[in-house]
Design a protein around this ligand. Structure first.
Ligand SMILES: NC(=O)c1ccc[n+]([C@@H]2O[C@H](COP(=O)([O-])OP(=O)(O)OC[C@H]3O[C@@H](n4cnc5c(N)ncnc54)[C@H](O)[C@@H]3O)[C@@H](O)[C@H]2O)c1
Length: 429
């Protein structure tokens, strides 16, 4: 096995809007020492030696496992608008001109390839920079060719992809998603249950490009994609970046559970005004997000184990598109909880965050860790990357883990074990 990160790593984004351009610009700034990649576990995390009971030593993530360096990353992707990454970043209005000016020519050189887009899955957008193809199978072939051309032109050694495209309408996996065979048949027959997001995932898997799904729609979390990832030895992860409100939920809920405090209700609402918010204003796209956000609490509270505390909990999530806020989301949570003898209490959280500022370090970590996983021979669903997702993918039976600290423990354990594999491999050389 080759553990040294060789050559350039191409990072591909299907969807080059606010999150993708904030990530790209941030990496460009960071590698010149003009900005700090705050929030990234790869850059700032430390991993202890896993020995409980104190006295443990810690190692910085980059000293523990061989990750691609920021200066080895090259960026590309697809979008339904022709804007280069500089124009798209300006449109997204997340980073100020002060930051964008410093990397303007480099950002402007990142130009999206033509997208695969079917408006029925994202009803609020009307793209013009799109491919033509008679069948969805044709579209996959065009995307595969794009990947090969990009890697060649950039002189990259390998690639990873992170879906940062808009949230598509809610799709339940159907028979077409069951096996590689049924999916490939569906591609030829233009099956309506196969959306654009799935085509990008399929093309990447076929090219053995590790793939993460940052949005809540069905992207790579279906049996056929899992089968293909397994057969071709590709690392996959998803879905829906865990950034603002859900991040806080998975910090606070484990605390209430640990203290055996009951919860009668948890009401969450958000306002945001970016393009993501506009897309989510369509009820069918919101449904994808709602399902992803609602799954979190049950797995932490396990109401079946403590029905008196959590058996009748009301959980409601809302998102409202409110243009004046742009990317600067505000999320409110009202938690009705109760304690000794059933006495009621309340907690109110008002989170004023910046969506893409919280998402960018997640994207960077996913790109670096998926590449690490693939180079280490860890393929298929990467459950240890659950830390980054609202609806973590998992292959086995049972429930995914949502508790942020349990997820962090799992991620650190995997990084430790990957470092041991590396140590064994270099000892054997
Ligand atoms: N920012 C966060 O905190 C956060 C958290 C969780 C999930 N997400 C998800 O990340 C994704 C990106 O968010 P964003 O704020 O950057 O949104 P955005 O609207 O700024 O960017 C999405 C981009 O995808 C493009 N697009 C849509 N369909 C496409 C297709 N078929 N092919 C190629 N490009 C396509 C759009 O033109 C747009 O430029 C969304 O799905 C969002 O739900 C974001």
């Amino acid at each position: 096995m080759n553990f040294a990160p060789p050559g350039k790593l191409a990072v591909l984004f299907p969807g080059m809007g606010a999150v993708a351009t904030t990530t790209i610009a941030g990496v460009m700034l960071a590698r010149r020492g003009l900005g700090a990649p705050i929030g990234s576990f790869a850059e700032y995390g430390v991993v202890d030696d896993g020995v409980r009971g104190g006295g443990s030593s810690t190692t910085k993530t980059r000293d523990l496992v061989p990750l691609a360096g920021l200066d080895q990353l090259v960026f590309g992707g697809w979008d339904i608008f022709e804007d280069d990454a500089l124009a798209a970043a300006r449109h997204a209005d997340v980073l100020t001109e002060k930051h964008l000016d410093l990397v303007a020519p480099e950002l402007a050189a990142v130009r999206p390839m033509k997208a695969v887009f079917y408006p029925e899955y994202v009803k609020r957008l009307h793209g013009t920079w799109v491919k033509e193809g008679a069948t969805k199978a044709d579209m996959v072939e065009q995307l595969r060719q794009d990947i090969r051309t990009f890697i060649k032109e950039q002189g990259a050694d390998r690639a990873v992809a992170v879906w940062t495209g808009s949230t598509e309408t809610y799709i339940e996996p159907t028979a077409v998603h069951a096996t590689v065979k049924s999916f490939e048949k569906g591609l030829l027959a233009n099956d309506p249950a196969i959306s654009a997001a799935q085509l990008y995932a399929w093309a990447c898997l076929k090219e053995r490009v590790p793939y993460a799904n940052g949005s809540p729609n069905l992207g790579v979390e279906f049996p056929a994609a899992q089968e293909l990832a397994h057969d071709l030895g590709v690392a996959i992860a998803g879905k829906d970046f865990k950034t603002g409100q859900t991040l806080m939920k998975t910090v606070i809920a484990p605390g209430l559970r640990a203290r055996n405090l009951g919860v009668r209700g948890w009401y969450s609402t958000n306002i945001l005004g970016n393009r993501d918010g506009e897309v989510l204003d369509d009820p069918e796209s919101f449904k994808s997000k709602e399902v992803s956000k609602l799954g979190v609490l049950d797995s932490i509270f396990e109401p079946e184990n403590a029905p008196d505390l959590y058996g009748n909990m009301a959980h409601k999530v809302r998102i409202d598109y409110y243009p004046p806020r742009g990317d600067q989301k505000e999320g409110w949570d009202n938690i009705d909880f109760f304690g000794w003898l059933g006495y009621n209490m309340q907690m109110k959280i008002d989170l004023l965050c910046r969506d893409s500022i919280l998402a960018a370090p997640i994207v960077l970590d996913l790109a670096l860790f998926l590449d690490l996983a693939q180079r280490s021979g860890q393929t298929g669903t990467q459950e240890w990357l659950s830390f980054y997702f609202k609806s973590p993918m998992h292959d086995g039976a049972g429930r995914p883990v949502h508790d942020l600290f349990a997820q962090l423990d799992r991620m650190k354990a995997t990084l430790r074990s990957l470092s041991r594999v590396r140590a064994l491999a270099s000892a054997a050389e």
